[in-house]
Design a protein around this ligand. Structure first.
Ligand code: 6XA
Ligand code: ZN
Length: 350
């Protein structure tokens, strides 16, 4: 498999996030990706490449132009308010809920930050935009690499910040640019008639779901902690099945806290059966490993060895596959768990 690693990822390094009523050190840290790279050095699975820059038109096919312009300039706006802000992160604290105006961009920076976000757990830092844009480039390059004869079966966007919570014009859940959606859109634009996105992160991929909710050409399937108790809370229920032309093209498989691999794998079988019935030309896997039993913020019970089987089951779909890296906060186990998925996939895809 081909691996596109984000060379700018470490520039996005938040200091603090709001968690259970207090500011705590960020869970989504650069070391997560460094552990995956270290494990890939021990167990190489393919060439590791740098991606060319991502086309703005592709980003704008996924995200609103005014949102992208905001992300791109947010740090400068933040520091322009007060040079001392350079030592802080920009963290949202006010949001327009139902009945508020979202069509106008407020003149106040904190209000703009709130307009384009949905939680106080996602700090925006000096290197956030560069990291997010370079991550999208990895996703786009991974998709491109699957086109043509002699293409590999799979390609990986090894990147952070993650992407699956980011929607057309909002960030949150540590996500800014939706890398899985960028990959799916790129696959469509390069000729795939139908693309399936399978989200195996512990958390519902609300951003990805909302981006494709009214489209029949991209099937979105997510296996995740039940949103009645688990983040992102306000989306991810089983009765969300798509709308308009997209009706029937979204599948949510919420599972209770405490779910083990046997139960989880049964949901994966349901997900893969739906994907097979859709008969896509390509698959995007939003790969989070926060389903791990040792994850500090999640509550499933997958063991490291289970990720080999998870990868093999996904390979069983028999599709050209792009993986994007999403969550996983048991940092020291991150390399083993992610590389196990990829190795399990490769071994079964042979
Ligand atoms: C709340 C928890 C965010 C979860 C992020 C994640 N700050 N999403 O892993 O997949
Ligand atoms: Zn997650």
């Amino acid at each position: 498999m081909l691996i596109y690693a984000n060379p700018r990822h470490a520039g996005h390094s938040g200091r603090q996030e709001m968690y259970r009523g207090r500011l705590v050190p960020c869970h989504e840290v650069p070391a997560r990706l460094e552990h995956v790279l270290a494990e890939l050095a021990r167990r190489p699975l393919g060439e590791i490449r740098e991606a060319p820059p991502v086309a703005r038109a592709l980003l704008e096919a996924v995200h609103a132009p005014r949102y992208l312009r905001f992300l791109e300039t947010a740090w400068q706006q933040w520091v322009a308010l007060d040079p001392a802000n350079a030592e802080l992160d920009a963290l949202p604290s006010v949001w327009p809920v139902r009945g508020f105006r979202a069509d106008l961009e407020p003149a106040n920076f904190a209000a703009r930050l709130g307009l384009y976000s949905f939680d106080a757990g996602t700090p925006l830092t000096e290197g956030t935009w560069a990291a997010a844009e370079a991550g999208a480039a990895c996703a786009a390059a991974a998709a491109s690499s699957l086109a043509g004869s002699g293409a590999p079966r799979a390609a990986v966007a090894l990147t952070r910040p993650p992407g699956h919570h980011a929607g057309a014009d909002f960030f949150g859940g540590y996500c800014f640019v939706n890398n899985a959606a960028v990959a799916a859109q790129a696959l469509r634009e390069q000729g795939a008639r139908r693309v399936a996105v399978l989200d195996v992160d512990y958390h519902h991929g609300n951003g990805t779901q909302s981006l494709f909710y009214e489209r029949a050409d991209v099937l979105t399937v997510s296996i995740h902690g039940d949103p009645r108790t688990e983040y992102p809370f306000y989306l991810g229920h089983a009765d969300e099945t798509g709308a308009g032309a997209g009706l029937g093209f979204n599948l949510n498989l919420p599972l209770p806290a405490g779910t083990d691999f046997a139960q989880w794998r049964a949901a994966l079988a349901t997900a893969l059966a739906r994907i097979a019935a859709f008969a896509p030309d390509a698959l995007v896997v939003a790969l989070g490993v926060d389903t791990y039993e040792g994850d500090p913020i999640s509550r499933f019970r997958l063991a490291s060895g289970d990720y080999l089987q998870l990868g093999a089951d996904i390979a069983g779909a028999g599709l050209p596959t792009v993986f994007t890296l999403e969550g996983g906060y048991a940092v020291a186990a991150m390399g083993t768990n992610v590389v196990n998925v990829l190795e399990g996939f490769e071994a079964a895809a042979r």
